[in-house]
Design a binder for this molecule. Structure first.
Ligand code: FE2
Length: 498
């Protein structure tokens, strides 16, 4: 106590405020005054004191009124509890709490930031994973495909989705490597495909990319004079483009061009993505091109066989060519697509390929065929379709070759298909085939005249032939002023293919 307040001399007859606060007046919250007034116990939580030695101390002061027998306050007992250490501990704790709160806030901010970064990173990671997944899936699909057209279609369908672009164009070098041909495109008009189809090697962005063997980015097409089909590109509202070469073993096979209808700043990651994609495409395209080259040779071999078959039977000389001509005439009249015309062309030439398995004595027989011999003859559509089953580029011809002897009423062969169950192009081939047979010499009969053939088609409409197609075919004959039948003895040639 002495250390705190001094000795008894310092305390006796002294007012507490003069000792505690060293002031001349009582403290505002003096518990003694309160006790004197209401005769109750009062405390003053914290009171700062300066000891005689100058140290700051904190006290809890309690004032307890001592009442006389009349219930009046006679004295007030003022007790002091030193709370300096306790207060220090509390202060330390409070400081620690404040610090902890501040740290917590900082940590939560960091966590938030981390989450944002993580989300951003995660979104980027997810996007990158999706892109790689797309490339992987497409890579597998195109690598397993041996059809150049199918691969090119996959490219122009996938690239805009992969890079969030407006469209895509693929140019491939033609055989002599003097031209880059627009072989597939998405997001452009038909007229663009036609007018911008041929690009001389070395010209335009594709030509430059092919020469440099490096990707190229054009932010604003309208300001770039190197664009070959400038007007056509602007008419398609193209603004920015990214072009990458398709390189296989250091040879450029072609160029992929992805374009945007908005001004776009391409990121390095997008250029890398399309380049990676183009590397997959290069392997697939090379495989498919090699395959087609090999199978074109196979097709030529088959065509030699067709000619060999026709040579075996002088009465069928030129039959395949003529059937093809009639079928294409009908196809053009019906405005069929280029793909359908191609299918009809190959199928027309190959439709009787299965006859290679039919013995000569049956093919050349002048007398009536026995049921067994007819069965042999009727096997040729199935044999023919099986002969080409492994040639992917002729896969669309299989139904035509198999079903060119089906009849509209279901009494044909080999599957007795009827009406619209017979493939549409096979119904066209059927009319063309029958018309040539009618107008050709056979060992067992003379050829029909043109009028007789027309009557025969009319008569067999709805039974043998699709009535709508028969009508169109007849109208073609009517409209053709140069129709003539030339009988050169062993070959009957009917020329309506003007
Ligand atoms: Fe046939």
């Amino acid at each position: 106590m002495q250390a705190r307040f001094g000795n008894s001399e310092h305390l006796t007859q002294k007012k507490c405020f003069s000792i505690i606060t060293r002031k001349d007046s009582p403290c505002e919250s003096c518990p003694v005054i309160k006790s004197l007034k209401d005769k109750k116990v009062h405390t003053c939580d914290v009171k700062t004191m300066v000891t005689p030695s100058g140290k700051i101390k904190y006290f809890k002061i309690t004032a307890t009124p001592i009442l006389n027998k009349d219930g009046e306050v006679e004295n007030v007992l003022e007790s002091f509890v030193d709370i300096t250490e306790k207060r220090k501990r509390r202060m330390k704790h409070r400081i620690r709490s404040v610090e902890a709160r501040r740290l917590n806030e900082e940590i939560s901010k960091l966590v938030e930031n981390f989450k944002k970064i993580e989300n951003r990173h995660s979104a980027r990671l997810k996007l990158a994973t999706k892109e790689l997944d797309t490339i992987y899936k497409l890579g597998n699909r195109i690598i397993s495909s041996l059809d150049v057209k199918e691969i090119l279609k996959s490219i122009v369908e996938t690239v805009p989705e992969l890079l969030r672009m407006s469209g895509c164009v693929v140019r491939i070098f033609e055989g002599s490597r003097k031209k880059l041909i627009l072989e597939a495109a998405s997001g452009v008009s038909k007229s663009f495909k036609q007018s911008a189809r041929i690009l001389p090697a070395g010209e335009g962005i594709s030509g430059i990319v092919a020469n440099m063997k490096k990707p190229m980015v054009i932010k604003d097409i309208s300001k770039d004079a190197r664009i070959k089909y400038h007007g056509e590109c602007l008419r398609e509202s193209m603004h920015s483009l990214l072009a990458v070469p398709i390189i296989f073993k250091n040879t450029v096979l072609g160029v992929i061009i992805a374009f945007s209808r908005k001004i776009k700043n391409f990121k390095a990651s997008e250029v890398n993505l399309l380049s990676t994609f183009a590397a997959h495409v290069a392997i697939a395209l090379n495989n498919a091109m090699m395959y087609e080259k090999v199978h074109l040779n196979y097709y030529n071999t088959i065509m030699t066989l067709v000619k060999t078959i026709e040579a075996r039977d002088p009465y069928t000389c030129g039959h395949s060519e003529r059937v093809t001509g009639y079928a294409l005439k009908l196809a053009h009249k019906l405005n069929l697509s280029k793909e359908e015309i191609d299918i009809l062309m190959y199928s027309g030439k190959l439709h009787d390929i299965g006859k290679i398995a039919i013995p000569d004595f049956i093919l050349r027989k002048k007398s009536k065929l026995t049921p067994t011999e007819w069965a042999e003859i009727e096997s040729h559509p199935v044999i023919g379709s099986e002969m080409i089953v492994h040639l992917s580029f002729l896969k669309d011809c299989i139904p035509l070759i198999r079903h060119h002897h089906e009849r509209y009423d279901g009494n044909g062969y080999p599957d007795k298909l009827r009406e619209n169950n017979i493939p549409f192009l096979a119904r066209i081939l059927s009319i063309a085939d029958a018309f040539d047979a009618m107008t050709s010499e056979r060992p067992y009969r003379r050829s029909l005249t043109l009028e007789q053939a027309k009557e025969e088609i009319k008569f067999n409409s709805k039974t043998q032939f699709d009535p709508d197609l028969a009508e169109v075919f007849l109208s073609i004959i009517e409209e053709s002023s140069d129709v003539q039948i030339i009988n050169n003895g062993s070959c009957v040639k009917f020329d309506i293919a003007s």
